[in-house]
Design a binder for this molecule. Structure first.
Ligand code: UT7
Length: 331
């Protein structure tokens, strides 16, 4: 019997309409367009406006669009995973809320919290469900409403994050297409450098925690940068080596979009042509779990059956990893 791999058979993305530009941020904190662009590569990001709207409102349109594109019905889906750090609620899982909004009943669904590596971890996990032969139609969503945990008085973080979501459909393949390999790693040392102080069980919300602005993402940018720039580049190079891929063999690098300088360093370490690196950080900033599927969505029409694609991510935890995919279809 031929081995089953998990092939991506469709991609979708969703970003909200509101555009938060560097010019608008200049009116909110002491920053400027030149600093933001030269230090991060970001020009603008999208923000989900509207009371009562959460991450499921980014994820749901993605899933609806994906079902339409792939001509599947909600009842065909047997597993849906949402990667997010900004779930609608502490519980229940946002995946269950998305299923309810889309009409997916009785499927296995759960969230994965691995910060900026969330989509990559969810994809690596989902592919193993497919490989068992038991799961046939699996949706992996990466979605974050980062504006919900961003302190718009902190210039070190508010210029970075944006809201957005992307999703892929995985189906079994026996021709050798799909997820060929994955490396997923973590190191809890990162909990000291990128975190949200309050709102969890250690420090439940109080008037004090709200007053002290402890419900926002805090980042020691310099330290995170140092780890990110080496770990993301190393793990991408490692997966190439493990799979005997030269830089010429790689059609695309799909990096997590945290900082253009980290993306460039990863591309250089892999020795790949900058034209083969997907970059849209200038439009969306860092959407955490959303960055990688949003790239795949925007580049989908350029992808060809058989393309070797390397995904790479680094994020809070710390978490990091790489996935090697042989693309399964021509758009
Ligand atoms: O996605 C998950 C993982 N996250 C990452 O991978 C992000 C990693 N870190 C980074 O991308 C970068 O560290 C940042 C973009 C967050 C910051 O860039 P940096 O080059 O590391 O800046 P810095 O924090 O070292 O700050 C340099 C200077 C400081 O001023 P002094 O102390 O040198 O006078 C900051 O106060 O820039 C100042 N600064 C700003 N200036 C204008 C910090 N933020 C701003 C700002 N506008 N928004």
């Amino acid at each position: 019997m031929k081995a089953i791999t998990a092939a991506i058979k469709g991609v979708s993305g969703y970003v909200p309409d509101y555009v938060l530009t560097n010019a608008e941020l200049e009116t909110m904190v002491d920053t400027n367009d030149e600093w933001i662009v030269s230090r991060t590569g970001i020009k603008e990001r999208r923000i989900l406006k509207g009371e009562g709207k959460g991450t499921s409102d980014l994820a749901t349109p993605c899933v609806i669009d994906l079902l339409k594109k792939t001509k599947l019905k909600p009842e065909d889906i047997d597993l849906l995973i949402v990667a997010t750090v900004t779930g609608d609620h502490v519980f229940p899982a946002t995946a269950t809320i998305v299923c309810d909004k889309v009409g997916i009943k009785n499927a296995l669904s759960f969230d994965i919290n691995a910060a900026c590596s969330g989509f990559l971890f969810a994809l690596g996990t989902a592919s193993q469900f497919i490989e068992t032969g038991k799961y046939k139609n699996v949706i992996v969503v990466g979605a974050d409403k980062m504006s919900a945990i961003t302190n718009y008085e902190d210039r070190a973080t508010c210029i970075i994050f944006g809201d957005g979501a992307g999703a892929v459909l995985l189906q079994p393949d026996t021709e050798g297409y799909g997820v060929k390999d994955s490396i997923m790693r973590s190191d809890g040392v990162g909990r000291n450098f990128l975190y949200q102080t309050a709102g969890g069980s250690v420090k439940p919300p109080t008037l004090e925690t709200v007053k002290n602005r402890e419900h926002y993402a805090y980042q020691d940018g310099k330290t995170v940068f140092k780890y990110a720039v080496t770990k993301m580049a190393d793990v991408a190079a490692e997966i190439m080596e493990d799979n005997d891929l030269s830089s010429d063999d790689v059609a695309w690098l799909v990096p997590h979009q945290a900082n253009l300088r980290i993306i460039d360093a990863t591309g250089r370490r892999m020795g790949i042509d900058p034209n083969k690196v997907m970059i849209n950080i200038e439009k969306y900033g860092n959407t955490t779990s959303g960055t990688i599927p949003l790239c795949l969505w925007e580049w989908e029409k350029k992808l060809k059956k058989g393309d070797n694609i390397i995904l790479a991510a680094f994020g809070g935890g710390f978490t990091w990893g790489s996935v090697y995919i042989k693309w399964a279809y021509d758009s």
